[in-house]
Design a protein around this ligand. Sequence first.
Ligand code: UDX
Length: 439
Amino acid sequence: MKVMDEKLSVVGCGYLGVTHAACMSSLGYRVVGVDTDPVKIAELQSGKLPFYEPGLDTLLAQEMKSGRLSFTTDVLAVTDADVHFICVGTPQSKDGLAADLTYVKSALAAISPFLKKGSLVVGKSTVPVGTAQSLREELAKTAPHADLAWNPEFLREGFAVEDTLTPNRLVVGVANDLAEDILKKVYKPILDLGTPWIRADLPTSELVKVAANSFLATKISFINAMAEVCEAAGGDVTVLAKAIGYDPRIGNKFLQAGIGFGGGCLPKDIRAFMARAEELGAKQALEFLREIDAINLRARLRVIDVVRSELSDDLSQYKIAVLGATFKPDSDDVRDSPALDIAAQLNAAGAQVVVTDPQGIEPARKRFPNLEYALNVNDALKDANLVLHLTEWKEYRQIDPAAISSLVKNKIIIDGRNMLDRDLWRKAGWKFRALGRTD
Ligand code: UDX
């Protein structure tokens, strides 16, 4: 493989940073990943991925072996690099809806003294609109020989490598042609695949990301609102979603009704967007996102209502098996996971809750040490009065309901993701309930 001339640094080695670093290295760049967490860096240095992401473990090992990719806690290592990607987290702040920008600001401050002439800092973190401009002004004071651009990231967990190497578009926020040229050069191998390139100003590039996530969140809450109406009217939301999805203007993606969205992005991004709009005097424009958030959180309560209607208001005598802890399948991420939130609420209501998950047990245990965990489905189901399907892992769709019938006390399953084969479960004698379906 041709080794590229430009050297890259990636600051922040979390989900986004490690994926970006490994993928850019696979394109032929020499990449150094920097993070302040020595434990994370030690793991990465030994070629081990600190989280679960299909395909990324092998890519990481391969790129480490190639000698192009390295990781360090020493910020001095960025000195050599021509382009610096900032990939640190922007979590929801502890005291409100807004995003916490501490890590972005400190990352920029940390690398500023080491930026060489003509180098470009490229923010990839999701930030409130206006951040890039103010960081650029800051950089003009501390390192006037460097520039700053923004390049939002749209990768989905579970598809991180694919979304990075073959994204459906590349969006860059730049203040001048030079910054665009540098980014075009860096992304040439991806652009050569025919990937659409969108040049925007700095604020628009920041907005693209939060607008995209708001739209996705809106689609999910829309279908979950339809689920509520279907329940009230005796309809079936899965049939409704299929029917409206055939209209290409609507599309059939992101219309899976169930317990709603979670994870490290959608919930916090819509909240931070509302907070920022309010600061900008555009609060009213995003009022609808408050409702999107409320519908989403209500889906979690609705599933608990179904549990109570099947068992009793008093759950203290019942054992509930929960299939799924992560916020989505093919991930070990339990941040704001609807599945775990529901499990914890049922536990708080007095039920004995046993959670299982193919990848998420350890991260879940860290967050909710009081819940019970089982390493496999059979152990989780043992003597359960009710089974909840809350994360749509493929292995759960492959469960043979007849084969597990003898494990449980009561054959009742609630499909919180509308993904299981209702007829199959019913044929095996199970009582099958789902959100948004009255039958
Ligand atoms: C999201 C965006 O998709 C991605 O572009 C952005 O870069 C980061 O945020 P991700 O958080 O990985 O990605 O998850 P996503 O696949 O969008 O799913 C988010 C949540 O919505 C999950 O909890 C999922 O279970 C839920 N969901 C998704 C539904 O409830 N119904 C659907 O139809 C689709």
